[in-house]
Design a protein around this ligand. Structure first.
Ligand code: ACO
Length: 385
């Protein structure tokens, strides 16, 4: 057996760091068996039904629910920070052919050049930068979406809340209250989720005492994959492929017979239903009826209740992405924007995770057992076969 860099034989290799605790947190609590999620001690169900995204961002970043005046001031700060420099718009124009997540990653990275506190990793400055990035994120996504259609970006509208302003910048039209509220809940549900892959990635970047812009850029890159945030897009693609509820059975059997995975199911932590799902399921049902396209919800219900029901005994239940895609689709949002919307909600969580990391930092640097060859003889290039 070969030896690791530390001349030790590891007793155990925990692939994927499954079930490994690497630190403590006051950000969120997850009970995967029960399907329970708390942000800063508050149940996600209460926050989804009673709160607003602005209030939840305040809760996450400052650790307590704001009073009326604190919320008003915070909301004003968010509204005042939505604009992005013209230079960043020019960068987005240069990369307008890229996937919206690539554009968001590039946009956040470019914002670092214009943020006066970029190098300040104090907790206070990190929170201030996180507020700015949360406010600026939608402007990047909307500007890129307009530019790639050959349209001028729409300026942020300070008279609208976070969700309403994003929709206005995307479609150049003030959204109705119901649509705004739907996106507001969606942002709340995506805001924070413990040491998920993208937050862990952001923390690794923070742990080198890099900076928040680099860490959020990491978070966007990690979130992009279909094993993480990319699943919503895939779920809606599946629903579109199925087309009508009566086709679902054959379609699903084909996936199962070929050992395929159903996007929007399964989770590293939950062995019960992901607590996000109930809010999105109900809203997907209402919206699909409202817009006169109930078959999308019927297809998803068939997959959940008739096909994936057999996986429940193995702890595989629906996750946050399963119904999110249908909501975005029914709102007229193009499928390649779905993950970006997830990312816009999660900037608050990444910021909180990085602030915690900076506050009590230790370099995140695990080990791997070396299983390759040892002490090979170097041969000159001309002597190699
Ligand atoms: N469909 C069918 N089988 C599944 C699914 C699924 N969606 N998810 C897990 N399984 C099965 C696996 O095949 C595996 O079976 P086996 O033990 O017989 O080999 C078992 O469940 C465990 O799966 P792992 O991949 O080892 O579990 P892990 O915790 O690593 O994976 C993951 C979690 C990546 C989310 C997985 O469930 C998956 O690929 N789901 C589909 C993609 C998805 O919806 N991602 C979004 C997750 S939520 C989020 O990130 C916001």
């Amino acid at each position: 057996k070969t030896k690791s860099a530390w001349d030790k034989n590891p007793e155990e290799i925990i692939k994927g760091l499954k079930d490994v605790y690497f630190d403590t947190t006051t950000s969120s609590f997850i009970d995967g068996q029960e399907g329970k999620l708390l942000y800063r001690g508050y149940n996600i169900h209460d926050l989804a039904e009673k709160s607003t995204f602005e209030e939840v961002v305040y809760l996450l970043l400052y650790g307590k629910l704001p009073n009326k005046q604190q919320l008003e001031e915070f909301d004003q700060t968010m509204r005042a920070n939505r604009r992005i420099p013209d230079e960043v718009i020019q960068v987005l124009d240069l990369v307008k052919g890229s996937h919206p997540m690539d554009a968001l990653r590039t946009g956040i990275s470019a914002l670092a050049a214009f943020d006066p506190e970029v190098k300040d990793n104090s907790v206070e400055a990190t929170i201030r930068k996180g507020v700015r990035l949360t406010a600026q994120g939608p402007t990047i996504v909307a500007a890129h979406h307009r530019l790639r259609q050959g349209l001028e970006p729409v300026a942020p509208d300070p008279s609208l809340n976070h969700a309403g302003n994003f929709l206005k910048m995307l479609f150049d039209e003030v959204p109705d209250q119901e649509t705004t509220d739907l996106l507001d809940v969606d942002f709340i549900l995506h805001a924070e989720h413990g040491s998920n892959a993208s937050s862990f990635g952001a923390r690794v970047t923070a742990s080198t005492i890099s900076d928040l812009h680099s860490a959020v850029t990491t978070g966007v890159g990690v979130l992009k994959g279909p094993a993480h945030g990319g699943a919503a897009e895939e779920v809606m693609r599946m629903a579109l492929d199925i087309g009508q509820p009566e086709n679902a059975e054959d379609y699903c059997r084909n996936i199962l017979d070929n050992g395929g995975r159903f996007m929007g199911f399964g989770h590293r932590v939950y062995r019960a239903e992901d607590p996000h799902a109930r809010h999105l399921r109900e809203r997907s049902r209402i919206l699909s009826e409202k817009v006169g396209q109930p078959h999308w919800f019927q297809i998803l219900t068939y997959v959940e209740e008739e096909v994936m029901v057999r996986y429940r005994s193995r702890g595989i239940f629906v996750n946050v992405d399963f119904f999110a895609g249908s909501i975005y689709y029914l709102l007229g949002i193009p499928d390649d924007l779905f993950i970006s919307i997830f990312a816009l909600g999660r900037i608050a969580g990444w910021t909180l995770q990085c602030a915690e990391q900076f506050e009590d930092n230790i370099l995140l640097r695990p080990l791997m057992e070396y299983t390759g060859e040892m002490d090979l003889e170097y041969t000159a290039i001309g002597d190699r076969s």
